[in-house]
Design a protein around this ligand. Structure first.
Ligand code: SF4
Length: 348
């Protein structure tokens, strides 16, 4: 929790987003717009411990409140403790970007006006709610909560992050490749990634693999490393599961370009305005998580004509139809062709 209560004023504002890392990165666009609208108010952001870390060097002068809902703050006691703490902050308005029961109850039981999405659990408790528009980007859906009370607002800025300097992984320019995801079906097959990484290295690029310390992602990294490392020693590093969050941010920020599945590194790359190739399988643009970037910076590789796409709001642990064509039929040549559109030096 935030230390010391001496800065408390009335009319403080609270924003809640305790979902996945990618959602928290996208919430920075909302926070930025909220700060523009309320330059002087105290703005609190209730988020996960990882969200707190990522926003430690935030650009919007926020007070970050960490809610560890899976560990120290879990269960009814954790909820009640946090609810009482938030109540003590003299919050007058709450924007609930998250749609879980717990977040909605925190937003609506602290004596403040609350704004959230109609699709959220118990949304009738909000002072005012709005329907999420299918087809809009998540950034725009969040922004609609602000627009609901101010019709003069027009467009949202994109997500944005800041990070302290770390040690660079290579002296020369390098490409970050993030082959993982929480969902199996969102991952382009590892044998395709292997061929893709080889192609990058053959073109003289340096390659850095990044990802989480999960069993699946570590295994993908090791498979690629085993094939690549002996041949391209100085130009390749596998840092999957081996970086702090700040290193991961910094390595992405310093890269020449990022290749990622529909996963949080995509949104981090967007927040640093990096060149980006995003690989989409079972999820599509209409779900709202395509890169929120200038089209010259971000390209998407996908099978637009495959009619079983999208097959859910998220990925799955296996293809519901068994054939997994959305990723298997997205060949290395097709993805490479998209990659060339990024127009990086020495790739043709
Ligand atoms: S059902 Fe279609 S979109 Fe979904 S995982 Fe299978 S191939 Fe991909």
């Amino acid at each position: 929790m935030v230390q010391g209560l001496k800065h408390l004023k009335k009319n403080n504002i609270l924003v809640i987003q305790t979902a996945f890392l990618g959602d928290i990165v996208l919430a920075t666009a909302f926070l930025q717009e909220l700060r523009k609208k309320h330059p002087k108010e105290e703005i609190y952001f209730l988020t996960t411990p990882i969200g707190k870390q990522i926003l430690e060097k935030n650009l919007f002068n926020l007070r970050i409140v960490s809610f560890d809902k899976r560990k120290s703050d879990k269960g009814i006691f954790g909820f009640w403790r946090m609810r009482n703490y938030l109540k003590s902050l003299h919050i007058s308005e709450v924007y609930c970007l998250h749609r879980s029961v717990r977040s909605v109850l925190l937003a609506t039981t602290i004596g403040a006006k609350s704004y959230g999405f109609r699709e959220a659990a118990l949304s009738f408790l909000f002072t005012k709610s709005i329907k999420r528009k299918y087809g809009d980007h998540e950034v725009e859906k969040n922004f609609s909560l602000l627009k609901m009370n101010d019709e003069h607002l027009t467009n949202s800025s994109g997500p944005t992050l800041s990070v302290q300097e770390q040690i660079r992984p290579f002296r020369e320019p390098y490409i970050v490749v993030c082959p993982g995801s929480v969902w199996y079906t969102k991952m382009w097959p590892q044998e395709y990634y292997l061929q893709f990484v080889k192609k990058l290295l053959d073109k003289g690029k340096s390659v850095l693999l990044l990802g989480q310390k999960s069993e699946e992602e570590l295994a993908i990294g090791q498979t690629i490393e085993k094939e690549i490392e002996p041949i391209y020693k100085d130009k390749f590093k596998n840092e999957i599961g081996n970086t702090s969050l700040h290193e991961l941010l910094y390595f992405i920020k310093e890269s020449e370009a990022v290749i990622s599945n529909d996963s949080s590194p995509l949104h981090i790359a967007t927040a640093f305005q990096k060149k980006l190739l995003a690989i989409f399988g079972p999820t599509t643009k209409e779900l709202g998580f395509f890169p929120y970037s200038n089209p010259s910076l971000a390209k998407v590789a996908e099978l637009e004509q495959l009619n079983c796409r999208p097959c859910g709001a998220h990925g799955h642990s296996r293809c519901p139809l068994g054939h997994f064509q959305c990723m298997k039929n997205l060949t290395v040549d097709m993805v490479w062709k998209k990659f060339l559109e990024l127009d990086l030096a020495n790739t043709k």
